[in-house]
Design a protein around this ligand. Structure first.
Ligand SMILES: [Zn+2]
Length: 549
C-alpha cells in the first residue's frame, strides 16, 4: 500500500491542484468548462513535473519550473474568476483581449481602484492556497526523492514519460491549448487582429450603403411632418408562450388590457434562428434567399436618416454578437448601450431601457425612429426578471405543468419552462410600459412595432431548452403593431389583416411603410400593412433547412 502511494504520489499532487478550480466551480464562479480545463491543465503540467522531480530531485530547474507553473496556473484562474465576476465574460471574449492589449496605464489604475475589492478576495485566497500547496507538497515532498530501489525508479521513469506524452497530446485539443496561460495571449492576439480586420471591412461596406445611389431614390410620402416610429426587438421569445396568443398561463396581463388597440399578428416567422442573422435581415434588405446584400445596401437606419428622421438605438445587449449588431447600431444618430457588462450573461433587467427611451420620446426632433433592443428571455432565463415576477417558478401542478408532466418531461425541464414564463411575464410589463409611454403622448402621429428576433424551444418538444433551429417554436414569434392613425379598419378587415402570413426578413419594407418612405428600397407587396401586400411573394417560408409552409 505504502509502495503504491509513493509511486502515485506525484499524480496525487497534480490532483490536489484541482481543488482550486473545483472550489471556484462549486462556488459558481467558474463554469464547468473553465474549471474542467484549468483542472486538466493543472493535473498534467504539475503531475508531469512532480514525476520528473522524483527522478532528478537535485535538479534546481525542475523546482523552479514547478513554482513558475504553479503561479501561472493560479494567476490564470484568478484572472478568469475576476473577469467573469466583474464583466460576466469569459477570458476568450474578444472584448477582454481587446481591452487588455489596448489599455494604458491610466486605465489599468482606474480599473484596479474600481475593482480591487473584488479581486483582492481572490488574490488572498489563491495566495493562501499557493503557500499551503508549496509548503505541503513541494517543499515537504522533497525528502521522498532519495534512495529509490531500482525497480521503483524504473516505474517512475515510465510514469514520467507517459505523463509527458499525455501532456503533449492534450495540447492537440485547441480549446485546451487556448486555456493554457502560456499560449493565451499569442492565440488571442492573432484572433483579435483577424476580427478587427473583418470589422473594418464590414464598416467600410456599410458606409458604402450610406452613399449608395439607391438611397437618393427614397423620399417621404407627402404630409408627414411630425412622426415617431418605435421598433422594439425582443429576444428568444416564442409566441407559443404568450397568453395573448392563447397560452395556458397568464403571461401577458398588461398587454391584454391594450388588446383592443393592438394589431396582433398570428402567423409571423422569425427572419432567422439567431440574433445576428435575424437583426441583420430585419433592418436591411438582406433576406433568407439573399443573405449578403446588407453589406452593400443601405440599412433602415441610414434610410430613415436620409428621410429626415433622427434615429435612436437603445440596447440592453451588445458585444457578444461579435460586432455586427453594434456596427448596425452605430448607424443611428444616438446609440445607448445600457448593459454594464456589455454582455448577455448576467442580470441587467430590461427596465434599464425605460429612462433612455423616455428621453428619446421627449427629444424635440420632428421625426424620430427609436429602436429598442431588449435582452428579453435570452438564456439563462432566471437572470431576466427581478424576484417579484418569478410567479411561475413553483408551478408544478397547473394545467401547463401537468401537460408537460404527462408528456414525460423531467422536473428540471418543467422548472426551466417556469423560469422562462416568468421572464415573459416581466417582458410583458416592460412592453406595456414602452407602449404606454408612447400612447400617453396622444395627438402625435406615432407607430409602435414589437417583434422578437427569434423564438425558443423550452421543453416544447423534449427536455431540451434553448435555441433549436429545427422546431417551429424557434421561429414562431409575436408581432404587435399599434398605430395612432390607420387602425380605423373595421373588425372584419382587421381579422384578415392580422392573419397575413409573413416572415421577418421582409420587415424592412413594413418599417419603411411605417416611416412613410417611398422609392427603390420599398416594395409595398412585401409590406405587411400595405393594401398591395401579396402573400405569394412571401410563401413558402423557411426554417433554415426545412420549409415551414
Ligand atoms: Zn437572439
Amino acid at each position: 500500500m505504502k509502495e503504491i502511494l509513493i509511486l502515485v504520489g506525484p499524480l496525487l499532487k497534480g490532483v490536489a491542484f484541482c481543488l482550486l478550480p473545483l472550489s471556484y466551480y462549486l462556488l459558481g464562479m467558474l463554469n464547468y468548462s473553465q474549471a474542467g480545463k484549468a483542472s486538466l491543465l493543472g493535473f498534467f503540467i504539475l503531475g508531469t513535473l512532480f514525476c520528473w522531480r522524483k527522478i532528478w530531485g537535485a535538479w534546481r530547474l525542475l523546482t523552479f519550473a514547478l513554482g513558475f507553473s504553479l503561479v501561472l496556473l493560479t494567476a490564470s484562474i484568478v484572472f478568469q474568476v475576476s473577469i467573469r465576476q466583474i464583466f460576466g465574460m469569459q477570458q476568450d471574449d474578444v472584448l477582454v483581449v481587446q481591452a487588455l492589449l489596448n489599455t494604458n496605464l491610466e486605465e489599468v489604475r482606474g480599473f484596479f481602484s474600481q475593482y480591487m475589492r473584488h479581486i483582492a478576495v481572490h488574490l488572498i485566497f489563491s495566495l493562501v492556497f499557493l503557500a499551503t500547496y508549496w509548503r505541503l507538497l513541494v517543499v515537504a515532498g522533497r525528502d521522498l526523492t532519495h534512495h529509490h530501489p531500482a525497480r521503483r525508479r524504473r516505474t517512475t521513469i515510465i510514469m514520467a514519460l507517459v505523463m509527458s506524452i499525455l501532456l503533449v497530446i492534450i495540447h492537440s485539443n485547441s480549446s485546451l491549448r487556448k486555456a493554457n496561460p502560456l499560449f493565451y495571449f499569442h492565440y488571442n492576439y492573432k484572433k483579435m487582429s483577424k476580427e478587427m480586420e473583418q470589422a473594418r471591412r464590414l464598416r467600410e461596406e456599410l458606409a458604402q450603403g450610406i452613399v449608395s445611389p439607391v438611397l437618393s431614390s427614397m423620399h417621404l410620402k407627402p404630409g408627414i411632418d411630425k412622426k415617431t416610429v418605435v421598433l422594439v426587438i425582443g429576444e428568444s421569445d416564442t409566441r407559443n408562450n404568450w397568453s395573448l396568443y392563447g397560452y395556458g398561463r397568464k403571461t401577458n396581463p398588461e398587454l391584454e388590457k391594450l388588446r383592443e388597440q393592438l394589431l396582433i399578428f398570428d402567423d409571423v416567422l422569425a427572419a432567422d434562428g439567431s440574433t445576428v442573422g435575424s437583426v441583420t435581415r430585419m433592418l436591411t434588405a438582406a433576406t433568407y434567399r439573399n443573405p449578403d446584400i446588407w453589406k452593400s445596401s443601405p440599412t433602415i437606419m441610414a434610410t430613415a436618416r436620409h428621410l429626415g428622421y433622427k434615429v435612436f438605438w437603445i440596447a440592453n445587449q451588445g458585444s457578444e454578437n461579435r460586432g455586427v449588431v453594434p456596427m448596425l447600431a452605430a448607424q443611428a444618430d444616438t446609440t445607448i448601450f445600457t448593459n454594464r457588462g456589455m454582455d448577455r450573461g448576467e442580470s441587467s433587467f430590461d427596465e434599464v431601457l425605460i429612462d433612455p427611451y423616455e428621453s428619446a420620446l421627449a427629444d424635440p426632433a420632428a421625426r424620430k425612429l427609436i429602436i429598442v433592443h431588449l435582452l428579453g428571455a435570452h438564456p439563462a432565463y432566471n437572470f431576466r426578471y427581478p424576484k417579484p415576477y418569478g410567479i411561475f417558478e413553483k408551478n408544478f401542478d397547473d394545467p401547463v405543468a401537468l401537460n408537460l408532466k404527462e408528456a414525460g418531461r423531467a422536473p428540471w425541464a418543467i422548472h426551466l419552462r417556469n423560469m422562462y414564463d416568468s421572464a415573459l411575464l416581466y417582458q410583458d410589463h416592460i412592453l406595456a410600459q414602452l407602449l404606454g409611454s408612447l400612447i400617453k403622448g396622444r395627438g402625435e402621429d406615432a407607430s409602435w412595432l414589437y417583434i422578437a428576433d427569434h423564438g425558443q424551444d423550452v421543453a416544447h418538444n423534449t427536455d431540451y431548452s434553448g435555441h433549436n433551429y429545427r422546431v417551429k417554436e424557434q421561429w414562431e414569434v409575436p408581432l404587435l403593431i399599434w398605430r395612432s392613425k390607420g387602425n380605423t379598419v373595421n373588425n372584419e378587415a382587421r381579422e384578415m389583416l392580422v392573419r397575413r402570413a409573413y416572415q421577418a426578413d421582409f420587415l424592412d419594407h413594413t418599417i419603411l411603410g411605417l416611416l412613410g418612405g417611398e422609392g427603390d428600397l420599398y416594395d409595398p407587396e412585401l409590406d405587411l400593412l400595405s393594401d398591395a401586400y401579396r402573400s405569394t411573394r412571401i410563401l413558402p417560408r423557411r426554417m433554415r433547412d426545412t420549409n415551414y409552409d
